[in-house]
Design a protein around this ligand. Structure first.
Ligand code: GLV
Ligand code: MN
Ligand code: MN
Ligand code: MN
Length: 393
């Protein structure tokens, strides 16, 4: 909790919560904090080709037991999503040392960059670059909302944009990855358990809808003469709600009218759809339904719409043998699914991967109300230490 308190002043979002985004000045502060905490523990710190930071207990090597998470947040994010996994990892190292444990395998704590995609719009950027799940050319085409190119942003953080991409050496080094994370729902509350293991992650992705109409005067333009892209965007928001049936989820959390003036009919509107479901077919069906509704609404208003997929990840089923092994190691903790995306979900397609969840009494996440009791954070850290000891013996 002291470590989370240390971070409480970093990247404060003046609207509430935190705004900690990848490859920014705030990111540099978070990296500096992590580096100092790791070095204080005698861990060897290095940054990989994609800007992810690694802290090694002993010599870096292949087949390591790796734990960690991310330090970035969504806009207005909570204090736990990401940082809890990093702080727990550092504290688990302390616990293991206190127990006199010496790992028989290399052990590392990793901080993945830009997990939330809060700046460049592409989720799990650091882990997807590392695994090759996103091509470097695609990443290098990304711009933040102010038009800053990813290449410049990574360079400012000491990362060579020419080196971005699948990192075979880093991948070979990961024998097993375990990410601890605050739960982002009420699953563990309902089960009455402080800690659980992850079973699966919903398929999920992000799509940008770009509506174009005619910018004009709010007072001088008769209603019948308008081509207002905001109308089509509004219909799309409503369509997302009705399309997400049978356990699917569809959200429009971000909408940008251009130029954005109270007395201006927008010339264009960008809108982002986040859609998730138990499998790819269902997720794509939701997006298809919303796209059809958007196309109809745009046509009715004399506007156009263009839809671009910004990122997508298929359903993740975590390695059942590892999941059961870890649950048993922890005395039979429950396994539960999640609708939230994680770097662990990206790594699961490439290496043996598991996740631990810590109970969140509010059930809220991606908002300042996100929480975990100190006692549950401690239980999670103990569980992580037990799991690391089990895997690294
Ligand atoms: C990340 O937390 C996501 O699920 O979007
Ligand atoms: Mn998150
Ligand atoms: Mn997270
Ligand atoms: Mn005027």
């Amino acid at each position: 909790m002291t470590s989370l308190d240390d971070l409480a002043g970093v990247g404060v979002d003046r609207r509430g919560g935190f705004a900690r985004h990848g490859f920014t000045g705030v990111d540099l502060e978070l990296r500096a904090w992590f580096t100092a905490e790791a070095r204080r523990r005698g861990l060897g710190v290095e940054t990989d080709r994609n800007g992810n930071v690694w802290a090694w207990w002993g010599e870096p090597g292949e087949g390591a037991v790796v734990t960690g998470s991310h330090l970035d947040s969504v806009p207005g994010g909570g204090a736990f999503d990401g940082p809890l996994g990093v702080v727990a990892a550092l504290n688990a190292v302390d616990l293991l040392r206190g127990r006199g444990f010496a790992p028989a395998k290399p052990l590392a704590v990793v901080v993945f960059v830009e997990e939330e995609g809060g700046r460049f719009g592409s989720a799990c950027l650091g882990s997807r670059l590392l695994t090759g799940s996103i091509a470097p050319e695609e990443a290098l085409a990304l711009k933040d909302p102010d038009g800053n190119a990813l290449a410049e942003a990574v360079r400012a953080c000491g990362v060579d944009p020419g080196g971005l991409g699948r990192d075979e050496e880093a991948l070979r080094r990961i024998g097993t990855f375990v990410e601890l994370h605050v739960e982002q729902g009420r699953g563990l509350v309902d089960l009455g358990a402080p800690v659980g293991v992850a079973s699966s992650i919903l398929a999920h992705g992000r799509w940008r809808f770009r509506f174009r109409g005619e910018g004009n005067h709010a007072g001088a333009t008769p209603m019948a003469d308008r081509r207002d892209p905001m109308l089509a965007a509004a219909a799309t928001v409503l369509a997302a709600r009705t399309a997400a049936t049978g356990g699917a989820r569809a959200t429009v959390g971000r909408l940008l009218p251009v130029p954005g003036g109270t007395n201006v009919i927008a010339a264009a509107v960008d809108l982002w759809l986040d859609a998730r479901a138990h499998d790819t077919a269902r997720t794509r069906a939701v997006v298809h339904t919303v796209t059809e509704a958007a196309t109809r609404a745009a046509r009715d208003e004399g506007c156009t719409v263009e839809v671009t997929e910004e990122s997508y990840g298929d359903t993740v089923h975590f390695d059942p043998a590892l999941r059961d092994d870890l649950a048993a190691t922890l005395g039979g903790v429950p396994a539960l699914p999640t609708g939230a995306g994680h770097d662990a979900g990206v790594l699961a397609a490439h290496t043996r991967t598991a996740m631990l969840f810590v109970r969140n009494p509010t059930g809220v996440s991606h908002a300042p109300e996100e929480f975990a009791e100190p006692a549950d954070c401690a239980a999670g850290t103990e569980a992580l230490a037990d799991v690391l000891a089990h895997l690294a013996r």
